[in-house]
Design a protein around this ligand. Structure first.
Ligand SMILES: Nc1ncnc2c1ncn2[C@@H]1O[C@H](COP(=O)(O)OP(=O)(O)OP(=O)(O)O)[C@@H](O)[C@H]1O
Length: 277
C-alpha cells in the first residue's frame, strides 16, 4: 500500500500543431519533495499549472487523494517566481487574506495570530506592517512562502521560486524552505533550472526530455543524507556522481533521448536511477 497523494496518469498538453508533452506519468508520496528538471519549453510550467488546477491536460488525468483535480484549490498552494503579492496590503494582510479564505469561520484575532506566526516562521516579524514596495525581493518571496504554508496545503507547488533572487538570498531561502518543508512534513513539487537546488531539496528528481513531445526520461532518487546545507552539499559522499548524472542529462541526453522513446521504455515506469547514497 503506497502513501501516494498525487497521481499523474498519462497526461498530455496539446496546442494546434504542437504536442508539448505526452504520456507523462508520475506520483508524489505524502511528505515527499519532487523536483522537475528540463530545458525551457518542455512543459514544466504547464505541468505545474495542471497540478495547480490552472490548466487542464488534453489527455490523461491528475488525481489528488484519489479525486480528479477540478480547478484551483487552497489544498494546492503555489509559490510563483514573481511573488504575486497584493501591493495595497501589508505583508501581514497578504498572509491573513489567505488564512481567512482557508478558515472562513475564524475571527479576526485568530486570523491575525496565524498570519503573524507564519511570518515569524520565515523571520519577518519586524516587517509585518510593511507593504510589498517596502520589502526586498527576498523578503517578498518570504511573504509568498509564509502565505503558501499558512494554509497548510496538501501540496506545495513552486515554479522556480528563487530564480529572480541574487545568489546569496537564493541560497538562504533554499535552506529555509528545506527546513520548513521538512519540519512540517510538507509534500512539495518544484520546478527548477538550478541543479544544486534540486539536489539540496529533492527526494526525487524527474528528468524531462526536450520538447516537443517531451516525456519523463528518467527518475533520479536522491539518496544524499539529510539535513543538507548548501555549504556542505559538495563535500557529501555521492554528491559528485549525482550532479554529474543530472548535468550530463541536461547537456546531452535530454536532446538525444528526445523524440521516439528507446526500446523498452515504459512511460508508466520510467527508468529509476539511485544516486547520492
Ligand atoms: N496557450 C498556448 N498556446 C500555444 N502554445 C503554448 C501555450 N502555452 C504554452 N505553450 C507552449 O508550450 C510549451 C511549454 O511551455 P512551458 O512554459 O510549460 O515550458 P517550460 O518548460 O516551463 O519553459 P521555461 O523553462 O522556459 O519556463 C512552449 O513551447 C510554449 O510556447
Amino acid at each position: 500500500m503506497t502513501n501516494r497523494i498525487v497521481s499523474v496518469e498519462g497526461i498530455a498538453r496539446k496546442f494546434p500543431g504542437l504536442t508539448v508533452f505526452q504520456n507523462v506519468w508520475f506520483g508524489i508520496e505524502r511528505g515527499e519533495f519532487v523536483c522537475l528538471v528540463g530545458h525551457s519549453g518542455c512543459g514544466k510550467t504547464t505541468i505545474l499549472n495542471i497540478l495547480a488546477g490552472l490548466d487542464t491536460p488534453s489527455d490523461g488525468v491528475v488525481l489528488v487523494d484519489g479525486k480528479e483535480i477540478e480547478g484551483p484549490s487552497l489544498d494546492r498552494a503555489v509559490i510563483f517566481q514573481g511573488h504575486a503579492l497584493m501591493p495595497w496590503l501589508t505583508a501581514e494582510q497578504n498572509v491573513a487574506f489567505a488564512v481567512s479564505c482557508r478558515n472562513p469561520s475564524w475571527d479576526k484575532g485568530r486570523v491575525r495570530d496565524a498570519a503573524r506566526e507564519a511570518l515569524a516562521r520565515v523571520g519577518l516579524t519586524q516587517a509585518a506592517e510593511r507593504k510589498p514596495s517596502q520589502l526586498s525581493g527576498g523578503m517578498k518571496q518570504r511573504v509568498g512562502i509564509a502565505r503558501a504554508l499558512s494554509v497548510n496545503p496538501k501540496l506545495l507547488l513552486m515554479d522556480e521560486p528563487f530564480s529572480a533572487l541574487d545568489a546569496l538570498t537564493r541560497g538562504s531561502l533554499q535552506e529555509e524552505v528545506s527546513r520548513l518543508v521538512t519540519e512540517a512534513g510538507q509534500t512539495a513539487f518544484m520546478i527548477t533550472h538550478d541543479v544544486d537546488e534540486a539536489i539540496l531539496l529533492a527526494d526525487r528528481i524527474l528528468l524531462m526530455t526536450n520538447g516537443p513531445e517531451a516525456r519523463v526520461a528518467e527518475v533520479v532518487h536522491n539518496r544524499l543524507a539529510r539535513p543538507r546545507t548548501r555549504a556542505d552539499l559538495h563535500h557529501m559522499p555521492g554528491y559528485h556522481p549525482l550532479r554529474d548524472h543530472i548535468m550530463d542529462f541536461l547537456i546531452t541526453r535530454s536532446r538525444t533521448l528526445a523524440g521516439t522513446p528507446p526500446a523498452g521504455y515504459d512511460a508508466r515506469n520510467p527508468p529509476v536511477v539511485e544516486l547520492g547514497g
